[in-house]
Design a protein around this ligand. Sequence first.
Ligand SMILES: Nc1ncnc2c1ncn2[C@@H]1O[C@H](COP(=O)(O)OP(=O)(O)OP(=O)(O)O)[C@@H](O)[C@H]1O
Ligand SMILES: [Mg+2]
Length: 184
Amino acid sequence: MVELSLHVLDLIENSVEAGAKTVRVSVRESPDENAIHLSIEDDGKGMDPDLAARVTDPFVTTRTTRKVGLGIPLLKQVAEASGGELRVSSEKGKGTTVVARFCRDHIDRPPLGDMAATIAVALATNPGSRFVYHQEGPGGAFEFDSAAVAEVLGDVPVTDPAVVQWVKQYLRERIEQAQGGGSF
Ligand SMILES: Nc1ncnc2c1ncn2[C@@H]1O[C@H](COP(=O)(O)OP(=O)(O)OP(=O)(O)O)[C@@H](O)[C@H]1O
Ligand SMILES: [Mg+2]
């Protein structure tokens, strides 16, 4: 995978599969620290300590269709290859948080990619879940909450193509603003 947003989509899928009602994604660009901080937090079923400790190992999965789980280990590898790190904390019955740090200016750090599309797709394919997206950077901070959108829409489903398009466009504009005009 070449873009961080695709890894995020993969981790959101883990959260949804774990029965999360709310998934919170946060991207924090800090040029001062030369860092990009990423976190995906859910209130799904969580993992027992043993699985949580081993989940960054590429041979751990609770899948039955194939033996190797790659979502988390892949992102860990990408983070470490760019001088950063990835950590998983999880509590059974409470939820899971994955945090990753990337060296912003490292040559091997993948671009952020289309995070607006990632969030829009996650929402469109999982209308039962709430997604909160937070981004901050040199241009400021913003937060998008799909629950607020659902409230405004009333009976119109968040899966309506016009709504998905609107969400994507809205996020693109706000993300660009937070990045202060540039992109990473
Ligand atoms: N957010 C989460 N909540 C609860 N369990 C999780 C979460 N994320 C991962 N897990 C557990 O860790 C295992 C490994 O996750 P990982 O994403 O690495 O692989 P996978 O989802 O099994 O397969 P793949 O992502 O390659 O399709 C999962 O099978 C699941 O049991
Ligand atoms: Mg997965």
